[in-house]
Design a protein around this ligand. Sequence first.
Ligand code: GDP
Length: 225
Amino acid sequence: MSTAAFSAEELAAGEALFSRGWRFVKSVPDLQFLPSADRAEIALAGRSNVGKSSLINALVRQRGLARTSNTPGRTQELNFFEAPGVALFLVDMPGYGFAEAPKANVEAWTRLVRDYLRGRPNLLRVLLLVDCRHGLKDADRTMMKLLDEAAVSYQAVLTKADKIKPPRLAAMVAETEAELAAHAAAFARVLATSSQGGSGIPELKAELALLAAGHGVLPGASASP
Ligand code: GDP
């Protein structure tokens, strides 16, 4: 498995970035309500039930920050989070892939997500969450098409890694990396995470801190306050 090796310094920078008291900013059901693009932004996307809320909560070490929310009839929203002293928004994108979702909801989701991806110059990367038991599904491929068309960089993150044995997880990482290799906007490395067991979370934090570091997200030193 191409598990990324991070230095102790990079892991510490990841911890520092995510231990800064992240808080909810606002829900955006329509792009006219977007906060101004005055800082970098990293968004998380994935099929409903993929473990997106759990992953956000694991990253920021707060149980209830991101709510388990996406039910078929519910209004689709982008949820924004910020932390003091960090010039970065984390964005929880509306989940997708409900087979039974009404057509109007799918259309509203597509419009919101497509317009957001196209019109957000400060968006550094989208994390495409994929359940490690299932791998990429057609709903993910629809999302990948939107990302490719908007030329937004994205990286797959496998979730629920505690649910399968290491050899199967390694195979799923390899399979996912192989499919993503054909997509120009996709990041080559796939990370495997478990919000429940914690595996891969420090590495994901380090990966995002590395990404953020190049964009002036943290002022000066990376030490935790
Ligand atoms: P969301 O709809 O993508 O926000 O998904 P949630 O975070 O609400 O998670 C969906 C379900 O998967 C919940 O029952 C979670 O408890 C479970 N889940 C999420 N992450 C993990 C994980 O890392 N390991 C295990 N075993 N279950 C998880």
